[in-house]
Design a binder for this molecule. Structure first.
Ligand code: HEM
Length: 263
């Protein structure tokens, strides 16, 4: 017997996919479906971005900057969709959210391992974030792997070094489990890139786009939280919007911002 013909439904596992939205409220409350769907869509895009980021890092290692930038463009386009998607959730009023919020119990975006993976892959390493994810879970294992791995920033500085730039040795051999920090000597190198090397200056600009894009998502998320729950604490145990505000205006690649005043 040969396998049944592939169909749209079988290839995309539509039956399984459509069975995954499981509201917890009585009724259920109408708006809980939107809340579930939007989070699931986010998680799928996080998965895709991580997949593409790995590709960007590989391409930088191969010295293929053209294709690395092509993949970066895809990531940036997805990021724009992620930010725009918050508009949909903002059609949910505070009262509509309150109609099912207690059913979330302590579940929270704090527990999105893929968001933390994304932060880690982009160089925002915070060891404390690992504690929320049991070591033997899928999430815990994936996150620990990302924590120990090099970041996009590391792939970038090694690429620059292979391009012949005098990237300082301490930048190249840095402990990749630490957050990306600033380096005056690297800033001098980046200024040289911007002034003399249009191809690699473009790559730097795409990194800034990515950095700004993630900061934009954080800002829009905080505003959505403020308009939906005001000063209420988060389900994950934080102070809510005031905690989230502390995560704003923190660049992923601080050297690329620091050089602007000197260009
Ligand atoms: C009505 C909608 C939403 C509300 C009221 C809300 C509220 C919050 C709050 C209060 C926090 C702080 C942690 C806590 O104490 O729970 C948080 C964190 C977070 N949320 Fe949301 N959220 C909403 C929608 C979303 C969506 C659609 C996503 C997409 C995945 C998301 C992803 C996250 C992530 C990743 C964090 C951790 C951020 C960090 O620690 O920097 N949230 N959210």
């Amino acid at each position: 017997m040969s396998d049944p013909a592939v169909t749209y439904g079988s290839y995309l596992a539509i039956d399984e996919l459509l069975a995954l939205q499981r509201p917890r409220s009585e009724g259920p409350e109408h708006d809980e479906m939107l809340f579930i769907v939007i989070h699931q869509v986010y998680e799928l895009w996080f998965k895709e971005i991580l997949h593409e980021l790995d590709q960007v890092m590989r391409r930088l290692e191969e010295g293929d900057v053209t294709r690395a930038q092509h993949t970066m463009k895809r990531i940036l386009t997805i990021l724009k969709v992620l930010v725009a998607q918050l508009d949909i959730l903002e059609t949910m009023t505070p009262l509509e959210f309150q109609s099912f919020r207690t059913r979330l119990e302590a579940a929270s975006g704090f527990q999105s391992d893929q968001f933390r993976q994304l932060e880690f892959a982009l160089g925002h390493k915070v060891r404390g974030a690992l504690a929320r994810f049991p070591e033997d879970s899928r999430a815990g294992q994936a996150l620990r792997q990302r924590f120990d791995a090099r970041t996009l920033w590391d792939a970038f500085v090694h690429y620059l070094s292979r391009e012949g730039y005098g990237v300082p040795a301490d930048v190249l051999s840095r402990d990749v489990t630490q957050p990306v920090s600033t380096s005056d000597a690297l800033q001098d190198v980046l200024i040289e890139v911007y002034r003399t090397d249009a191809k690699n200056a473009e790559l730097c600009e795409r990194l800034v786009d990515l950095d700004e894009g993630l900061q934009e998502w954080r800002y829009r998320h905080v505003k959505m939280v403020q308009r939906t729950i005001g000063t209420r604490p988060g389900t994950g145990g934080s102070s809510g919007a005031s905690y989230l505000s502390t995560t704003l205006m923190q660049p992923l690649f601080p050297d690329l911002w620091a050089i602007r005043a000197r260009l």
